[in-house]
Design a protein around this ligand. Structure first.
Ligand code: PEP
Ligand code: MG
Length: 589
C-alpha cells in the first residue's frame, strides 16, 4: 500500500482470517513461567507426584468450568476445542510418563513435566503436516496451564472484562480456553506471535469472521496497551501506531471490503445460474466440521468434497467407527446443505498420519496411498465405510473414492461396501442402501477409460490438483516447477471434456473439486465444459457465483470451442483474461 509507511512499524505475519481491523491494543500478558528445576529426596517423590496429579485434576476442572460459562451461543459451538484439551489431560500415557520421570530421575514435578512436554514438542516440530504440527501448540497450552497451577499463579477468569470499547487482542498465543473466554463482541481482531492457518485461534477467528494475523514473531514485545494497530487479515500485515495518512488509506480499504462483503453475502443467497438459465451446483470443500458456519454463510448448496484426512491426523489413535459415525451424522443432519460428499481416506503422498504405518517410499506421490492403502488395510477402511453407512440413515451422504487408477479398485471397494452393508443388516443397523458412490478422476489413465468407469459408479469428481500433477508431471509441492501448473493446458482441457462427455452419455454427474474450480477466471471454461458441480473453498463461492450469474451459457460454450483450438495454455489464458476483463472490468482490471 502507501509508500511512506516506515519499515519499522510494519510487520508481516500470516493473514489467517480476512478483513481489516483498526483499534487499540489489548495486550494479554501472560509472562512465561520460569520452571524451577531441582532434585528431590527419596521421601519427597510422593509429594511431587501428588502435586502433579492434583494439578492435572484441577486443570480439567478449570476447563470444564470455562466450558460451562461460555456466554455466547455462537462461540459455544467451538467448545469442542476445549474438549480436546480435556482429553489430552486425561491421557493415561502422558500422566504415567511424567510420574515415571519424577520417580526415576528424582526431580520436582515442574521439571519432569518440562522434560516430557519438550520431548513431545520436539517431535511435533519435525512433522511436516502443518495441521499436525499445530497440535503441538495444544500441548503447550496444557503445559502452561499445569505450570501455573503448580506454581500457584492464578489464571484470570474473564481476561477481557477490563476492555472498554473494542480492542485488538495481542498475545503470544491464544489457547482455545483463552479465546473462548474473550468477550468476542469487544474483540475486533487477533494478533499473535506464533500460530498458523490451522491453529485453533485461526479456525475460530475465521468462523466468527474476526480479522486475524498470526506468526508475527515478537509483536507482544513491540506493543503496549495504549498503542493503535491496523491489522490486515488478507495481506497478513500489522502496522503499529500508523500515521494519519496510512490510517485514512486503510479505513477506505475497510469500507470497500465491508461493502464487498455485504455484496458477497447478498450474492451467496442467490441461485448459481447463468443469465440464460443454465444451472450449475456450487459446493464447498471442507476439512473440519468447524468450517460449517462459513459454508452456510457463503451459500454452498452442499459439500462437494469433505477431506477426511484430518480425522486421522488430529488424534493420537486411529479413529473408530463410532468416531466416524458421529462426525458424519452431524453433516447428514445439517439441513442448511443439500448433500455431503465424504471422500474416504486419502492419506499418503504429501499427507500422512502418524498412526498409520506407511512404508518409506522413494516416490510417495505414486506410492501406497489413498484407495490403494485402504484396500490393503481392510479393517481401517471398513471402520470408515461402516461409519459413513450408518450416518447415511440420517441424511444425504455420498461416498467419494480417491486416487482410483482402474476398474479393479472400484469393484473391490464396492465389494467391501457390500460386505459392510451385510454386516449392518445382520446387526440390525439402519443405513441408506441406495447411497451414491463416486470416484475421483485424478489419475490421468482414468480419463481414458471414463466410459468403463461411468458404467460402474454414480458420479465423477475431477481432482485437477492431482490430475495436473500427474499428467503434466509436476510435483504439486515443488516450487521450482510450479510455473508449469497450467489448468488451461490443452491436455488438461481435453481430459476434462472427455470425462464430462462420457459421464453424461452414461447419465451420471461430474463435479470438479480441485483449486481450479474456485478460480473466477476459469468459470466460463468450466461452465462451457458443462460440469454439473464446482466445489471450492467456501470463501470464494460468492465471487464464483457472481461470474456464473453474469454470463450466458451459450457464450461460455462458444468460448470453450475457441479455447480448444489454441495450442498452448498461455494463448488460452490470454484469450479468457481478455474476455473476462471485458465482461467484469471491476474484477479483472
Ligand atoms: C485434487 O487432487 O484436485 C483434490 C481435490 O484432492 P486433494 O487436493 O485433496 O488431493
Ligand atoms: Mg487429489
Amino acid at each position: 500500500m502507501n509508500q511512506d509507511i516506515s519499515a519499522d512499524r510494519i510487520l508481516k505475519g500470516k493473514g489467517v482470517s480476512s478483513g481489516i481491523a483498526i483499534g487499540k491494543v489489548y495486550l494479554l500478558e501472560r509472562g512465561r513461567i520460569q520452571v524451577s528445576k531441582h532434585s528431590v529426596k527419596e521421601e519427597q517423590v510422593d509429594r511431587e507426584i501428588a502435586k502433579f496429579l492434583q494439578a492435572m485434576k484441577k486443570a480439567v476442572e478449570e476447563l470444564n468450568r470455562i466450558k460451562q460459562s461460555i456466554p455466547d451461543d455462537e462461540v459455544r459451538q467451538h467448545a469442542f476445542i476445549i474438549d480436546a484439551h480435556i482429553l489430552m489431560l486425561q491421557d493415561e500415557f502422558f500422566r504415567r510418563e511424567v510420574v515415571e520421570t519424577i520417580k526415576r530421575q528424582r526431580i520436582n514435578a515442574e521439571w519432569a513435566l518440562d522434560i516430557v512436554v519438550f520431548k513431545y514438542l520436539s517431535s511435533f516440530e519435525k512433522v511436516e503436516d502443518p495441521y499436525l504440527r499445530e497440535r503441538g501448540q495444544d500441548l503447550n497450552h496444557i503445559y502452561q496451564r499445569l505450570l501455573r497451577i503448580m506454581v500457584g499463579k492464578q489464571v484470570s477468569s474473564a481476561i477481557t472484562r477490563a476492555i472498554r470499547g473494542k480492542a485488538i487482542i495481542v498475545a503470544h498465543d491464544l489457547s482455545p480456553a483463552d479465546t473462548i473466554q474473550l468477550n468476542l463482541h469487544r474483540t475486533s481482531g487477533f494478533v499473535t506471535d506464533v500460530g498458523g492457518r490451522t491453529s485453533h485461534t485461526s479456525i475460530v477467528a475465521r468462523a466468527l469472521e474476526i480479522p486475524a494475523v498470526v506468526g508475527l514473531g515478537n509483536i507482544t514485545g513491540l506493543v503496549k496497551n495504549s498503542d493503535k494497530l491496523i491489522i490486515d487479515g488478507d495481506e497478513g500485515t500489522v502496522i503499529i501506531n500508523p500515521s494519519e495518512d496510512v490510517e485514512r488509506e486503510y479505513r477506505a480499504k475497510q469500507v470497500r471490503l465491508n461493502a464487498q462483503r455485504r455484496e458477497f453475502l447478498r450474492l451467496a443467497k442467490l441461485k448459481s445460474e447463468t443469465k440464460d438459465g443454465f444451472r450449475i451446483r456450487v459446493g464447498a470443500n471442507i476439512e473440519l466440521l468447524a468450517e460449517m458456519d462459513i459454508v452456510e454463510r457463503y451459500g454452498a448448496q452442499g459439500i462437494g468434497l469433505y477431506r477426511t484426512e484430518y480425522i486421522y491426523l488430529s488424534r493420537k489413535t486411529l479413529p473408530t467407527e463410532a468416531d466416524h459415525y458421529h462426525i458424519y451424522r452431524k453433516l447428514a443432519e445439517n439441513r442448511a446443505i443439500e448433500y455431503t460428499t465424504i471422500r474416504t481416506l486419502d492419506i499418503g503422498g504429501d499427507k500422512f498420519a502418524s498412526k498409520i504405518e506407511v512404508p518409506k517410499e522413494i516416490n510417495p506421490a505414486m506410492g501406497l496411498r489413498a484407495i490403494r492403502l485402504c484396500i490393503k488395510e481392510v479393517d481401517l477402511f471398513k471402520a470408515q465405510l461402516r461409519g459413513i453407512l450408518r450416518a447415511s440413515h440420517f441424511g444425504p451422504l455420498r461416498i467419494l473414492i480417491p486416487m482410483v487408477s482402474g476398474l479393479e479398485e472400484v469393484r473391490r471397494t464396492k465389494a467391501l461396501l457390500q460386505e459392510c452393508m451385510e454386516e449392518l443388516d445382520a446387526e440390525g443397523q439402519a443405513y441408506n442402501p441406495g447411497i451414491k458412490v463416486g470416484i475421483m478422476i485424478e489419475v490421468p489413465a482414468t480419463t481414458m477409460i471414463t466410459d468403463l468407469l461411468a458404467a460402474e459408479v454414480d458420479f465423477f469428481s475431477i481432482g485437477t490438483n492431482d490430475l495436473i500433477q500427474y499428467s503434466l508431471a509436476i510435483d504439486r509441492v515443488n516450487e521450482y516447477v510450479s510455473y508449469l501448473y497450467e489448468p488451461l493446458h490443452p491436455a488438461v482441457l481435453r481430459m476434462i471434456k472427455r470425462t464430462v462427455e462420457d459421464a453424461h452419455a452414461h447419465h451420471i454427474e461430474v463435479s470438479l473439486c480441485g483449486e481450479m474450480a474456485g478460480e473466477p477466471l476459469y468459470v466460463p471454461i468450466l461452465l462451457g465444459l458443462e460440469l454439473d458441480e464446482l466445489s471450492m473453498n467456501a470463501y470464494v463461492i460468492p465471487r464464483v457465483k457472481k461470474m456464473i450469474r453474469g454470463m450466458d451459457h451459450s457464450y461460455c460454450k462458444e468460448l470453450v470451442q475457441e479455447v480448444l483450438t489454441k495450442d498452448s495454455a498461455k494463448e488460452s489464458e490470454a484469450l479468457v483474461r481478455k474476455e473476462m476483463s471485458r465482461l467484469f472490468p471491476e474484477d479483472f482490471a
